[in-house]
Design a protein around this ligand. Structure first.
Ligand SMILES: Nc1nc2c(ncn2[C@@H]2O[C@H](COP(=O)(O)OP(=O)(O)O)[C@@H](O)[C@H]2O)c(=O)[nH]1
Ligand SMILES: [Mg+2]
Length: 297
């Protein structure tokens, strides 16, 4: 019940215009027609260091955040059809289980294998008390973890293990750490998880390894965007979510890329493709720049 100039309104709540959920102008410039150009650019990419065959990208994030879907979506863009290779390949039985074996995942376009390798590491869980997960992730970034290693929640990999590489070469190392964050649930991210991310961030940024956030499920987080993906940069909700990602994860907004993954579609769509390609282009670019920086150490 509110008191207005007109007196006391009894039955109906006071009329308040709903704030417009949409901005007048996009807050980030985005060219929706650049799909083919981005695709070509990525197909022709090669690492600026001739000693490096491919750009290794480590993908981390909570179980269910959309890591496998993101890798599948990239694959789908280049295949021109919906792919589910990452789901089949990296999950060890139950796709929601912790115990995943680390394995490189390459992307192909036609017959060409692109020079990017994705490694999907196990889900970060706030509940795990020990630091084993953070240690494992840090070790994986620095190239100490061999393919085939099964992450173990209770115990971090030690140098005695057969899957431990004590003297990794540049090619064993990851050039970028990608956190996959669910836009729909980012506000509920546990503080314990944030603390873990802080430790990881500190250790790896000391070594010049860049970090990027891919914010998934924008369609679930915002009804406007669900209806029209092109509203992604005019949606106030999405902007808010990205800012939240930035403060929680400690990654600047410029390193956060919102995407909608393929999850129930049966055909690829240009607008979904172009957002995925843009995220990949930026990841690859940032990783490659970091690689150059590291050589000058
Ligand atoms: N609506 C929507 N669902 C998604 C998106 N990305 C992933 N999902 C769904 O979220 C669930 C978890 O995804 P998954 O890739 O297996 O997560 P992972 O555990 O991080 O590998 C699956 O049911 C996906 O279909 C997205 O962008 N939008
Ligand atoms: Mg997965």
């Amino acid at each position: 019940m509110g008191v207005t100039k007109m007196g006391v309104s009894k039955s109906l709540p006071e009329y308040q215009p709903k704030p417009n959920p949409e901005l007048d102008k996009p807050w980030r410039k985005f060219v929706w027609g650049q799909k083919e150009a981005l695709k070509k650019k990525l197909e022709n990419f090669s690492p600026s260091d001739p000693n490096v065959n491919d750009i290794k990208i480590l993908v981390a994030g909570q179980v269910g955040a959309g890591k496998s879907s993101f890798i599948n979506s990239i694959d789908s863009v280049f295949q021109g059809r919906i792919s589910s290779r990452a789901l089949v390949n990296t999950a060890d039985g139950d796709s929601r289980s912790f115990t995943q074996k680390i394995k490189g995942f390459t992307i192909r376009s036609g017959r060409k294998t692109l020079p990017f390798v994705f490694k999907d590491i196990m889900g970060l869980e706030a509940a795990a008390l020990t630091g084993s997960q953070t240690d494992d992730i840090i070790n994986a970034v620095f190239g100490h973890v061999k393919d085939g290693y099964k992450f173990n929640q209770e115990q971090a990999l030690t140098y005695k293990d057969q899957h431990y590489t004590s003297d990794p070469t540049l090619s064993d190392q990851a050039f970028c750490l990608v956190y996959v964050i669910d836009a729909d649930t980012v506000q509920f991210t546990d503080d314990k998880l944030i603390d873990k991310l802080k430790i990881i961030r500190k250790r790896i940024s000391d070594q010049g390894i860049p970090q990027v956030v891919v914010m998934t499920k924008v369609d679930k987080a915002c009804p406007l965007v669900n209806k029209d993906l092109r509203k992604i940069y005019t949606s106030k909700k999405i902007k808010e979510k990205m800012e939240l990602c930035s403060t929680k994860i400690g990654v600047p907004l410029t390193n956060i890329f919102p995407v909608k993954n393929y999850h129930e579609e049966i055909d690829t769509e240009d607008d979904i493709d172009v957002l995925i390609l843009k995220a990949l282009e930026q990841i690859v670019q940032i990783a490659d720049d970091g690689l150059l920086d590291r050589e000058s150490y």
